[in-house]
Design a protein around this ligand. Structure first.
Ligand SMILES: [Zn+2]
Ligand SMILES: [Zn+2]
Length: 480
């Protein structure tokens, strides 16, 4: 049995840090007990390896952690590279699912079984949800989440693998076919990685779209150019003011990390806005924008006579949930013709009954929702205050029917111009590594994003520095 004692920083509800003592006790074969201040804190099943943290990046999720719906205090940090028992440098994927730990329960889990382990309902998330993160000197990582970093990759590049994989995944979730101009709004920690991922994608699969960056700070735009942006813009407001119909960009990635960013992105996009920020804050009439990103649910319009916006069902049993008194029966029929079983709720109070059925497993989950208001979108995303789960299953879609309603908030660009909102979260490290290598070969240095490193013993200062305007990515370095 292994025993590892250490003292480390925890992040608190008050958005501050405190120190606490921890003990990990156990091994990969029998599982682990985690003690905090001598008290039972968390127990982990078999399948977790003990790793020594080397470096861990500070990300916007860490800075907004107090807005997120997971317990605090918590040892944060999820962009971590570490050393395993045999001295290899490895990265840690963050979703500790049944699949990741090699649990036999994976066969009974609807998400692990379908190859969607990042949405496993029983998952813990490294440095975000309960599982201690990489700002601690030691971490416990599911064995299938340990990914070896090829030799010769600079530590300031390999430490970016987690957010870079998320950026690559974002570019895989959108349809770049026929796009001529793609913009990234906000050339910060995440935006710059999306720019690089787009460049890597264009280098590998071809395509002639231009990659453009929008940010107020000249220094960031300089880095954007070095990472592969073809054009840069320093004035989003001027772009918005000059945006006609159709707006200048086919696709806009929103990565400002501010709730206002979505509005700007929507006025600049003719086809799709891809949302990646998890600020935990309401945006354009939508309270659960963050949860929509966490669940990777997409949102778009459904206009009568144009069902091209309805995604096709992936399985014969796929079900759609229709909520609203004004949605025409022809639209419901259209969804059924596309191959969905439908459940239709005409009165808002009846949604409660359906929710209860989903909660007890009698109904759903639904892969498609059709609604007529943003309130219903929120209710489909998070119907229960005590549970981080929606009525629409992860990677599913919600469509808003055009029933002549007021065009408030998001509804205006969506229903007037047909703009869709796509979302994405974590990516696969194995798919991101070769793209990282391609960029290196092309002389593109991702490490330019890391603007400061500080010892992990000065974590509160590292967070302060990460918020300072001149800084992009701050990385905490463990001694050793
Ligand atoms: Zn992150
Ligand atoms: Zn699972």
């Amino acid at each position: 049995m292994n025993v590892q004692d250490f003292v480390t920083f925890e992040y608190t509800k008050e958005a501050s840090f405190q120190q606490a003592s921890y003990r990990y006790e156990g091994d990969a074969k029998t599982g682990w007990r985690i003690l905090r201040e001598g008290q039972e804190h968390l127990s982990l099943p078999a399948g977790y390896e003990l790793l020594r943290s080397i470096r861990c990046g500070v990300c916007s999720t860490d800075l907004a952690r107090h807005h997120l719906p997971y317990p605090l205090p918590q040892i944060t940090g999820h962009e971590v590279i570490a050393e395993d028992e045999s001295g290899r440098t490895v990265a840690a994927e963050i979703n500790a699912s049944h699949h990741a730990t090699g649990s036999a329960l994976a066969e009974d889990c609807p998400f692990c079984r379908k190859g969607l382990p990042t949405h496993c309902p029983d998952r813990l998330t490294l440095g975000i949800d309960r599982l201690p993160g990489g700002f601690a000197p030691w971490i416990l990582v599911p064995k299938h989440n340990v990914v070896e970093i090829p030799q010769g990759v600079d530590a300031n590049i390999s430490v970016l693998i987690e957010p870079f994989a998320a950026a690559v995944h974002a570019t895989e979730r959108i349809d770049l076919e026929g796009a001529t101009r793609v913009a990234v709004l906000g050339a910060g920690r995440l935006g710059l990685l999306i720019l690089a991922a787009l460049r890597g994608k264009r280098e590998t699969i071809g395509g002639s779209f231009s990659i453009e960056a929008i940010d107020r700070q000249e220094e960031r735009l300089r880095v954007a150019t070095s990472l592969g942006a073809d054009r840069v813009w320093d004035d989003a407001e001027a772009l918005v003011a000059g945006a006609h119909d159709p707006p200048p960009f086919d696709i806009v990635f929103e990565s400002t990390g501010s709730p206002q960013g979505l509005e700007v992105a929507l006025s600049l996009a003719s086809r799709e806005v891809h949302l990646k920020s998890t600020t935990g804050l309401a945006s354009m009439g939508l309270s659960h924008a963050t949860e929509m990103v966490v669940d990777e649910v997409s949102l778009g319009p459904l206009v009568e006579g144009n069902d091209s916006f309805v995604p096709l069902p992936t399985e014969s049993q796929d079900a759609a949930l229709v909520v609203g008194s004004r949605i025409p029966t022809e639209m419901v029929q259209g969804i059924e013709d596309a191959g969905y079983r439908t459940v239709v709720v005409r009165q808002p109070e009846d949604l409660k009954t359906v929710s209860e059925e989903v909660r007890s497993g009698e109904a759903g989950p639904f892969s498609l929702g059709l609604v007529e208001s943003l309130e219903s979108v929120d209710r489909l995303l998070r119907p229960w205050p005590d549970r981080e789960q929606g009525l629409i299953q992860p990677t599913g879609s919600i469509r808003v029917a055009d029933v002549g309603q007021d065009r408030t908030g998001l509804l205006s660009p969506m229903l007037e111009r047909g703009v869709k909102i796509g979302t994405s979260r974590c990516g696969d490290f194995h798919r991101a590594l070769p793209i990282m290598q391609t960029l290196l070969e092309k002389g593109i240095d991702l490490g330019a994003i890391v603007t400061e490193t500080l010892p992990a013993t000065e974590l509160p200062r590292a967070f302060e520095r990460a918020c300072s305007p001149g800084n992009i990515k701050v990385v905490a370095v463990h001694p050793g």
